[in-house]
Design a protein. Sequence first.
Length: 243
Amino acid sequence: MRVRAVLFDLGDTLVDVKDFDGWTELARRVYLDLDPDELRHAYFEVENDVDLRPHPEGREAGIIDFWRRTLSRAAGREVDAATARKFNTVVHEAERPVRLYSDTRRCLDILHAEHRALGVVSNSTSEASVRRILDRVGILDYFARIVSSGTEGVEKPNAEIFLRAVRRLDVRPDEAVHVGNLAHTDAKAAQAAGLTGVWLNREGFGYGDDPPEITTLLEVPTFVRRLENGSAAPGNRAAGGVR
């Protein structure tokens, strides 16, 4: 097989958008005294829960509920939805730090040199907002197509958002790989749409094969080449990393 396109999630995949110290400071504006480490642990715990069970009312309601649950765990007491909504507003009004992961540009350089089409599939406010972030960190020009849930009106894990991306890149789903930091919302959802889904688990060990798991974007080009020669097929234990 030939992998003609590689798609990426945005936040926590290409760029780091987490700011636990900053969020701790912002929480004081809604009268919450939090510890950054507690907030970090709570964030990842709730993120894992949400990945397994997306909010039934969609992204906007899901974001508020995500912060309500995260702040509640970090604070050690129940935080109501109104406070979570105020906190979300404060976060969006503040200057958001966006850092390019150290492995991102090298990964994109290799894939680009191999003449693979690159795209972004993101649950985000709009395509314009994704473009601003990519431009801000200097990687916008790598991507032929950007698909945002806010613009499309459909979000991951719905298969349609992946299918729109591959159609716009003029490739078949089985000719595309999608890489994201969530095992279900990104990798397994992409698999359900007919793509090869890869889970970027930066906190893990890279040994999972359902879905295939990697720990750095530097593994993507090797994974793609192995997929082409049949040694990284889904279900193959060797798919979960390049060690």
